[in-house]
Design a protein around this ligand. Structure first.
Ligand code: AMP
Length: 364
């Protein structure tokens, strides 16, 4: 089906965080109205959208009414329960498909899906209960990282097992819930592949950003990535395209990788726009947000090439956002604040992007 959802239509977005906010802003530029569904009474997404439904993601009745008010529905948050989404998918297109969401919600399913398509992941085992920890550790080796199978993000629900540690105690620290236990990857750098796939199957990639994390949270994304990463991007893109095609994916899809001496090692995927793609707002011809909107509405995708020589995006976490006066004092900074009222530690409050039109010391 390749029907176009024209400008003027209403796009439903499940989730009201900063990703929903930036999607809504990109949609508005193309003449769409957005309708956010989120459990919070106020949200960064709802503040910039035409409509908002305050409801739990599992409230099938509210979801059906929400779908009635929308022409297409997408999500910006991958922990939306899948079963109730049937109330939406029976009425309007839900893009990307709930299948992508289902896989990305479970670390074990995601690893199996991607490795079945030829991707390489860190050695991993699965500990459903404390009794499985030893067997899983034997596969993962030490050091290892325990990651809760579901609902983990930004380093939450994770614990490291170092030599001499009691792995079962660490499993309890990671929540004492079903978890993947994976070997520690010796990586040179981290990078992401972000692509958009349209309803006609057209796939476009943005330049891969080199990503640096602090305490499990993305700190800085830089393009172009270093040469070691760039050498691994073609293999990583080929895998990401296979994933997108296998899912008949529509929208923006992200895969995260470690660049190792043996080539790219797949870490995780996100069926949505991604923090490591925020630089595309100023640094690429078309941003990840605009192309997600174009894709889900059946429009042709925009050019994804770099529109600058280099770009760097830095997250503003917690109190960092209070530094906005200094950030704005530098006219080269593109400041994005998400309108969150409370700056809690570890909370993503905004980001700042710098683009350069010339090589260091060079001429345009
Ligand atoms: P994740 O929640 O899986 O994205 O993990 C957050 C961050 O923890 C990653 O971006 C890495 O910096 C680090 N990390 C996760 N898994 C591993 C691993 N198997 N080996 C080494 N570092 C890891």
């Amino acid at each position: 089906m390749n029907s176009v959802i024209p400008p003027g239509s209403t796009i439903g977005i499940m989730g009201g965080g900063q990703l929903g906010r930036m999607l809504s802003m990109a949609a508005a530029q193309l003449g769409y109205r957005c309708h956010i569904l989120a459990p919070e009474a106020t949200s960064p997404g709802a503040e910039v959208s035409a409509d908002c439904t305050v409801a739990e993601y599992s409230d099938a009745k509210a979801l059906a009414a929400f779908a009635d008010a929308c022409d297409v529905v997408t999500y910006e948050f991958e922990n939306v329960p899948v079963a109730p989404l049937a109330a939406i998918a029976s009425k309007v297109p839900l893009r990307p498909s709930p299948r992508a969401l289902e896989i990305a919600q479970s670390r074990i399913d995601e690893k199996r899906f991607v490795t079945d398509l030829g991707g390489r992941a860190a050695p991993y085992g699965f500990a459903e209960t404390a009794d499985d920890v030893e067997t899983a550790m034997a596969v993962a080796g030490t050091p290892a990282i325990i990651k809760s199978n579901r609902m983990g993000y930004d380093g939450k629900g994770q614990a490291r097992v170092m030599p001499g540690d009691d792995a079962v105690a660490r499993w309890h620290e990671a929540g004492g819930v079903p978890a993947i236990i994976e070997g520690f990857v010796q990586f040179d750098a981290e990078f992401s592949v972000i692509l958009a796939r349209g309803t006609d199957g057209d796939i476009r990639f943005w330049d891969s950003a080199q990503n640096a994390h602090v305490a499990g949270i993305l700190d800085v994304s830089t393009v172009p990535a270093n040469a070691a990463i760039q050498a691994q991007v073609p293999a990583a893109r080929a895998l990401a395209a296979k994933v997108a095609e296998a899912l008949d994916y529509i929208g923006v899809l992200t895969l995260e990788f470690f660049a190792t001496a043996e080539g790219p090692v797949f870490n995780e995927m996100a069926p949505r726009v991604h923090n490591s793609g925020h630089w595309t707002i100023e640094g690429a011809f078309t941003s990840q947000f605009e192309n997600h909107i174009r894709a889900i509405c059946g429009l042709p995708l925009g050019e994804t090439a770099l529109a600058c020589h280099s770009a760097q995006m830095r997250n503003l976490i917690g109190e960092d956002a209070h530094g906005w006066p200094e950030l704005l004092a530098d006219p080269a900074n593109h400041l994005h604040l998400y309108g969150k009222h409370r700056a809690a530690p570890g909370r993503k409050m905004g980001h700042v992007t710098r683009i350069s039109l010339t090589p260091p010391g060079g001429q345009a």
